[in-house]
Design a protein around this ligand. Structure first.
Ligand code: NAP
Length: 310
């Protein structure tokens, strides 16, 4: 049978996985409990994604599980505590997606501030023939506060600087090698910046970190861009502020309950919305898939994995 692995979701590496392993496709199985009961004693690896993850019940159902190889850098839906307890290795796919996600952050910021989607609709609908679009806001000269200055946050900041944007950041600790102004208090940073760029991990620690108080501090001329996770923002408070003019705009790639998007957002002109496509290019998805395969191959060859989370 070869090495048996459980795959929780469809991925662009399905064919390669099936070539190298005996794959059990959990997402294609109607009776998941019956499948697990049958295969659990033989499963040594799991392939999942940063969207689907692996909860405690699933990890604990697999007594021989050695490795969870996840597609994506965010691992918030994987029960890391449980993996540690069970001594299961968890890997993700960092770095290879950083540039693409930073590109989408810049695109959403510019699209939202300069009303690019609205201009596109304006041209397509023939409204240009008899009307003009209202003026928009200038990006150059704005101050951007990055929430979570990690790989992606820094890549966004490096892109934004040549646009004339001043960078500041908030995170759990000041970074020794970074000259940009650090804040240990998110409300204080929100008060001082024009754009809040959210690039921290999701999960319990950052749940609703950008809450009503932070949004109020950002104020009616402030913008939010979120390419991190929908869970990081108190979504109803953000939507309420956008609807009632207490926030100038938002560029959003992620939402609290994807793929559900609050109805009120769909009607607003001051937002640019994307369906969680930060890493969604052919090249990057291929590189992420390769890293998932390489981590599995290294582990089952008795070598250290390449990108270990725990
Ligand atoms: P990373 O290098 O680990 O960076 C995360 C940063 O967040 C670090 O600087 C970390 O600070 C900071 N951080 C940790 N806890 C925080 C908290 N409680 N408050 C504020 N900041 C906190 O990860 P990355 O590769 O940049 O990815 C960041 C996130 O982007 C991922 O976790 C994922 O959720 C999201 N993402 C989204 C997409 C998309 O398609 N939209 C694609 C990829 C990733 P320290 O350095 O001090 O620990």
């Amino acid at each position: 049978m070869g090495i048996e692995i459980l795959q929780t979701t469809a991925l662009p590496i399905n064919a390669a996985l099936q070539r190298d392993y005996t794959v059990h496709a959990l997402w294609q199985t109607a009776d998941k409990a019956a499948l697990l009961k049958d295969i659990a004693p033989r499963i040594r690896g799991m392939v999942t994604s940063g969207g689907v993850g692996a909860d405690r019940a699933l990890i604990e159902a697999l007594p021989k599980l050695e490795i969870i190889s996840s597609f994506g850098v965010g691992y918030d839906p994987i029960d890391i505590d449980c993996a540690k307890e069970r001594k299961v290795i968890v890997t993700n796919t960092p770095d290879v997606l950083t540039d693409d996600v930073a590109d989408v952050a810049m695109a959403l910021m510019l699209a939202m501030m300069r009303r690019i989607p609205q201009g596109d609709a304006f041209v397509r609908q023939g409204r240009w023939l008899k009307d003009k679009l209202p003026l928009t806001d200038k990006l150059g000269g704005k101050v951007m506060g990055v929430v979570g200055l990690g790989r992606i946050g820094q890549a966004i900041a490096r892109r934004a600087e040549p646009f004339g944007v001043e960078i500041r950041y908030f995170g759990p600790r000041k970074k020794a090698d970074i000259a940009w102004q650090y804040y240990g208090d998110l409300v204080a940073m929100a008060r001082d910046v024009d754009i809040l760029m959210i690039a921290c991990p999701g999960g319990k620690e950052t749940e609703q970190l950008v809450n009503a108080a932070v949004i109020d501090a950002l104020g009616s001329k402030g913008y939010i861009v979120n390419i991190a996770r929908g869970s990081v923002v108190e979504e109803p408070a953000m939507v309420d502020a956008l609807v009632n003019g207490r926030l100038a705009g938002a560029g959003l790639d992620v939402f609290a309950n994807e793929p559900q998007v609050p109805e009120a957002l769909l009607k607003l002109d001051n937002v640019a919305l994307a369906p969680h496509v930060g890493s969604a290019t052919h090249a990057t998805r291929a590189a992420m898939g390769q890293l998932v395969l390489d981590n599995l191959a290294a582990h089952f060859a008795g070598k250290p994995v390449l990108t270990r989370v725990v």
